[in-house]
Write a protein of this length. Structure first.
Lengths: 280, 298
C-alpha cells in the first residue's frame, strides 16, 4: 500500500484517533520529504503532514521502550526511483527510507567521498562528490555537464549572479546579498585541515605524506564551514584514502599496505598516504 | 560566466543525423501550434511534459494555444562568498530573440514596422545582441520569482542557489500597435508560472505546495477565464485582466497578484469576481498537473 503524492498533498493529520477506537491516539511525525502544515478546516487550524516532493508514501511505526497511549509513526515520501536508490534497494530493503529525497546536500556528520584538488602545508582542498547512503551531490557527480553554459544570451557575469532582475523587489528578498554562483560544473568544496587528517600526533602531520591531488578520500563533515568550503575530517580509522594512483596520478592504482602506506603492485612503488579501512 | 576549466556543449546537445533524406514530407514540417480547443470547463487544452532537458535538475515544457514555454531548473548549486543558511532563488525569463514580446511597444520602447505580423521578424531593438533582460522579461521574471518564493523550502538548502531559466519559444501576442496592456502579457505570465512550478516539482526540490495560477478577464461585466489575445486596441476598453497565483492546498493562499486594465472605474466586487475566477482556473490547472504527475509515477 503505497500512495503516490505530489508536493502539497495532505498525507495524514499530525494527530488522529485510531480507527474504531475513542482513546488510542496516533501521532504522525514528518520524516524526509514531508513537513507539517497548518491547514484550515471548518474554521480550525489543523496540523497536517504534507508531502514536499513527488513520490510514494511510507508510514512506519516508531517502536518505543515504555508503553504509552500514544503510538508514533514517521511519515516519509520516497521520490521516484533514481539509479542509486534502485541499486541500494537491491541489497537492503531499508535503504529506501534512508535514501529518500532526491537532493542531498551534505550535513554535519555525513560521510562523504571527496576528490583532492589541491594541497598546501596547512590544509587540503577537495570537491565533494557524493554523500554516503544518499548518492551524488550533483546529478552529474561533478563531471560538469550539470550547468547552464551555452546560453549566449546570458548577461555578462552569468544569469544567476545576483540575477539580472536585480533591481526588482523580488530578487532582493530571495537572493542573499553577495551570494554568487560558483563556476559552472563545480561541486561543493571542502577543506581538510592538517590537524584533522589523523587523530594521533596531530601536530606532526605532513600533508604531503597523507594526500595528493586526485586521490579519492572518504571523510566526515565536521562543519558546514564558510560560504565556500565545508570542513571535513579524516581522523578516524575508517576514513582516509580509498583510491589513489601512484606518481601523482600518472601511475597505476595502488593498494593499501597498512594505514600509512600504499603500494603500486605493478611497479612496486610504495607511497605514503593516510589510508582508510572502511571494512573494520 | 564561462567555465574556465572545460569545454561543455550547450544544453542537451544533440548530434545531427547527417545524411538523412532531405525529402521531408509535409507532416514533418513544423506548422506551429494550432489554436487550442476549449474544454467544457472553459479552459484551453494544454500539453505538458517534464524531464526534457537531461542535464538540468528539473525541466518542463508546456504548449497552450500559441504559447510554447520551456523551463529548466538548476540547483541547488554551490555559491561563493560568505555563508548563507538558506538557498537563494532566482528566475530568468527570456523570449527567443525573434519572438515579438507582448506589449513591447508599451514597455520595451520599440516601434512596430508597418505590416508586421505576430511572431515574425526581430522587433526588439538589437534583439540578437542583447545581453540583459528587456523590461517585459524583467516583469515576468520578477512576478514568477515573487510567486514561487513562498513555496520553496529554502532552509533545506544552505550555501546554495536555485536558478530557474525560462525560455519562451513562441507567443500568441500580436503587434497590433496597441498601447494598452492586453491579455497576452498576463496570459503568458500565467502559463510561465504554471510551467515553472511543474519544473520545480520535477527537480525534486522540496516544496510546501505546488503554486498554480489562473488568468481572467472581466469585460463589460462578463468573466472570461484564460482569455486569448485581444488584438485590436478598441476591444480593450472597459476590461480588467488579472493573474492570480495560489497555493491551492495551503488554504488557497495568494502568492502572486498582477492586474492590468482600465484603472479608473473598477470596483471591489469586480476584483473579487476576478480573483474567484482565477482561483477556479488555478484549481483546474492544479488538478491537471496532479494527475499528470501521478501518471508519471505509475
Amino acid at each position: 500500500m503505497s500512495k503516490i503524492v505530489v508536493p502539497g498533498q495532505y498525507i495524514v493529520p499530525a494527530y488522529k484517533l485510531k480507527p474504531n477506537s475513542d482513546k488510542q491516539i496516533e501521532r504522525y511525525v514528518p520524516g524526509k520529504g514531508t513537513i507539517i502544515s497548518q491547514i484550515e478546516a471548518e474554521g480550525k487550524q489543523i496540523p497536517v503532514v504534507v508531502a514536499t516532493i513527488l513520490g510514494k508514501v511510507l508510514i512506519k511505526e516508531i517502536e518505543k521502550e515504555e508503553k504509552d497511549d500514544v503510538k508514533t509513526f514517521v511519515v516519509v515520501v520516497v521520490p521516484k526511483s533514481n539509479s542509486y536508490i534502485d541499486y541500494e534497494a537491491e541489497f537492503n530493503s531499508k535503504a529506501l527510507e534512508a535514501a529518500s529525497i532526491s537532493i542531498n546536500l551534505p550535513k554535519e556528520n555525513d560521510i562523504v567521498l571527496v576528490k583532492i584538488t589541491k594541497i598546501t602545508q596547512k590544509q587540503v582542498n577537495c570537491e565533494i562528490l557524493s554523500v554516503e547512503g544518499f548518492g551524488n551531490v550533483l546529478a552529474d557527480g561533478g563531471v560538469g555537464a550539470n550547468g547552464e553554459t551555452a546560453h549566449a544570451s546570458l548577461p555578462s557575469g552569468g544569469g544567476s549572479q545576483n540575477l539580472s532582475s536585480h533591481q526588482t523587489i523580488a530578487s532582493s528578498q530571495s537572493t542573499a546579498l553577495g551570494a554568487q554562483t560558483d563556476d559552472i560544473g563545480e561541486n561543493f568544496k571542502g577543506i581538510i585541515r592538517s590537524q584533522d587528517i589523523r587523530s594521533t600526533d596531530r601536530d606532526k602531520v605532513k600533508v604531503i605524506e597523507s594526500y595528493k591531488p586526485g586521490d579519492i578520500v572518504r571523510a566526515m563533515i565536521i562543519s558546514l564551514g564558510d560560504g565556500s568550503n565545508y570542513y571535513l575530517s579524516t581522523a578516524r580509522n575508517d576514513l582516509g584514502v580509498i583510491f589513489a594512483k601512484s606518481e601523482n596520478g600518472s601511475g597505476n592504482l595502488m593498494y593499501p599496505v597498512d594505514w600509512q602506506n600504499m603500494i603500486d603492485v605493478q611497479s612496486g612503488l610504495v607511497e605514503k598516504r593516510k589510508c582508510a579501512n572502511p571494512f573494520a | 560566466m564561462s567555465d574556465r576549466r572545460r569545454l561543455i556543449g550547450p544544453l542537451n546537445t544533440i548530434i545531427p543525423n547527417i545524411g538523412i533524406s532531405s525529402n521531408a514530407t509535409e507532416a514533418d514540417v513544423f506548422k506551429g501550434p494550432s489554436s487550442a480547443t476549449r474544454n467544457e470547463d472553459g479552459l484551453r487544452q494544454f500539453f505538458l511534459k517534464t524531464g526534457i532537458i537531461e542535464n538540468a535538475n528539473g525541466s518542463a515544457y508546456l504548449e497552450v494555444g500559441g504559447n510554447i514555454i520551456q523551463v529548466s531548473v538548476f540547483g541547488p548549486r554551490p555559491i561563493r562568498g560568505s555563508f548563507v543558511d538558506r538557498a537563494s532563488f532566482s528566475v530568468e525569463c527570456k523570449f527567443l530573440p525573434y519572438i515579438s514580446q507582448p506589449n513591447e511597444q508599451l514597455y520595451n520602447n520599440t516601434t512596430v514596422n508597418a505590416g508586421s505580423t505576430a511572431n515574425t521578424g526581430p522587433t526588439n531593438a538589437n534583439a540578437n545582441g542583447r545581453t540583459g533582460l528587456t523590461n517585459i522579461e524583467q516583469k515576468i521574471s520578477s512576478y514568477i520569482e515573487t510567486a514561487l518564493l513562498p513555496s520553496i523550502v529554502l532552509e533545506k538548502y544552505p550555501k546554495s542557489t536555485i536558478d530557474i531559466f525560462v525560455t519562451i519559444l513562441s507567443t500568441e501576442s500580436s503587434n497590433s500597435g496597441s498601447t494598452k496592456v492586453d491579455a497576452a502579457l498576463l496570459g503568458i505570465s500565467n502559463w510561465v508560472l504554471n510551467c515553472s512550478s511543474v519544473a520545480l516539482v520535477d527537480s525534486g526540490i522540496e516544496l510546501k505546495d505546488v503554486v498554480t495560477s489562473g488568468v481572467a478577464t472581466l469585460k463589460n461585466d462578463k468573466l472570461l477565464l484564460d482569455p486569448e489575445v485581444i488584438s485590436s486596441g478598441e476591444d480593450n476598453e472597459n476590461t480588467l485582466t488579472c493573474v492570480v497565483s495560489f497555493m491551492n492546498l495551503r488554504n488557497d493562499e495568494i502568492v502572486g497578484f498582477w492586474m492590468e486594465g482600465d484603472q479608473s472605474k473598477f470596483e471591489e466586487s469586480q476584483v473579487e469576481q476576478l480573483i474567484d475566477g482565477c482561483n477556479n482556473m488555478s484549481r483546474q490547472v492544479r488538478a491537471n498537473i496532479n494527475s499528470y504527475f501521478t501518471s508519471t509515477l505509475e
